[in-house]
Design a protein around this ligand. Structure first.
Ligand SMILES: *Cc1c(COP(=O)(O)O)cnc(C)c1O
Length: 358
């Protein structure tokens, strides 16, 4: 079976050598030396000083809303992983769905503006597949209406816009280092705040809101362990190699997928891709289902990522329609993409797709 993704694992002995350090110290969590070392390396790599390594990429979305005291409406994208919407609902805020751009599948700034009311407090947008949201237009809106901007940058590790990591935009950006993501620590994530006071508060919130006997604010447990950091430190030296390999795979796919019935999401903005996913758009849902079945019969798994459009989740109180997202979520399929996917496997997958579309 070819899976749609496969976790990148480092050299086993390298991982064990990091574990051994934690073992010898008998210090396996609570801001241990490995967590601190990983955090420093990532800060430097991304050129982001206000960076916090955390337990996952969902709790940080909740912390982002919490740290600004957001309690009302949050304009958000319907085209993302469910965690984006869940975080808003979990924090008892109201998600207000703006539509997406048919090109990049990221949130449409004009649609955001139409959804802003007197109750809007924040914008929570996702850099889908590592493609940048229109961060400049969104910043202009945020300034005009006095809103906080939070980016779910779970897909964006390694992607750059204007020569800077995508994680450096907005008031706060979050990322996920889950095992399926481009850089991972088994489970893990991070949160970045541009304002240093906010960063300091998030740092307290990550660890129950207190330091020793001094209690400062409401907090939660969002810290990560030495074992997780050990995985990150083992993979860290391979990051550029992982991204380059994925670029090579996607370029190979594109030379093989010859059918004119296929298109790919496209960004209007100049950016440096991290090749995190390989999304393909078909003409309609029936074609997608046919392709998916043909691939499944050949033991190739694909993922409807993202479907359904989040405005259609069963626990949304007042469903709204987002025509672009409703439509595109039915037509997009992510094809297998991982470090050691082989060229002849890509050739096979492409041949099945080409012949099914004929
Ligand atoms: C993976 C993902 C998350 C959640 O990250 P976890 O680390 O699994 O909690 C949130 N948003 C998006 C867009 C994701 O892809």
């Amino acid at each position: 079976m070819i899976q749609v993704t496969k976790t990148y694992l480092p050299d086993f002995d390298t991982y064990v050598s990091f574990l051994k350090k934690a073992w010898d110290r008998a210090w396996i969590t609570n801001h241990g030396p490995l967590v601190i070392e990983l955090e420093e390396k990532l800060k430097e790599k991304l050129s982001i000083p206000n960076f916090l390594y955390t337990s996952n990429g969902t709790v940080v979305l909740q912390m982002a809303l919490k740290v600004y005291g957001i309690t009302k409406e949050v304009v958000t994208t319907p085209f993302s992983y469910v965690a984006t919407t869940n975080a808003i609902l979990w924090e008892n805020c109201t998600p207000v769905f703006a539509d997406i751009l048919p090109t990049s599948l990221c949130i449409d700034p004009d649609s955001i503006e139409r959804k802003i009311t007197e109750n809007t407090q924040a914008i929570l947008a996702t850099h889908v597949y590592g493609y940048p949201c229109d961060v400049d237009k969104i910043e202009t809106l945020a300034n005009k209406y006095n809103l906080k901007v939070i980016y779910d940058a779970a897909h964006a590790f390694g992607a750059e816009y204007k020569g800077k990591s995508l994680l450096s935009f907005g008031d706060i950006s979050t990322c996920s280092f889950h095992a399926t993501k481009i850089f991972h620590t088994v489970e893990g994530g991070c949160i970045v705040a541009n304002d240093t006071e906010v960063y300091e508060k998030l740092k307290l919130m990550r660890s129950f809101g207190h330091i020793g006997d001094d209690y400062y604010c409401l907090g939660i447990n969002a810290k990560n362990s030495e074992f997780h950091a050990a995985m990150g430190l083992s993979i860290f030296p391979d990051i550029e190699n992982i991204i380059a390999k994925r670029k090579f795979i996607i370029e190979h796919y594109k030379t093989k997928l010859s059918s004119t019935h296929i298109t790919f999401p496209q960004s209007e903005l100049p950016f440096k891709s991290n090749y995190a996913y390989f999304p393909v758009l078909f003409n309609d849902e029936n074609t997608l289902l046919k392709i998916r079945k043909a691939l499944m019969n050949a033991d190739v798994n694909t993922r409807r990522y993202f479907y359904p459009s989040l405005n259609n989740l069963p626990y949304i109180d007042e469903p709204v329609s987002c025509p672009n997202s409703d439509e595109l979520s039915k037509r997009v399929l992510c094809l297998p993409l991982y470090y050691d996917l082989e060229l002849d496997q890509i050739d096979n997958i492409s041949a099945i797709i080409n012949s099914t579309l004929m």
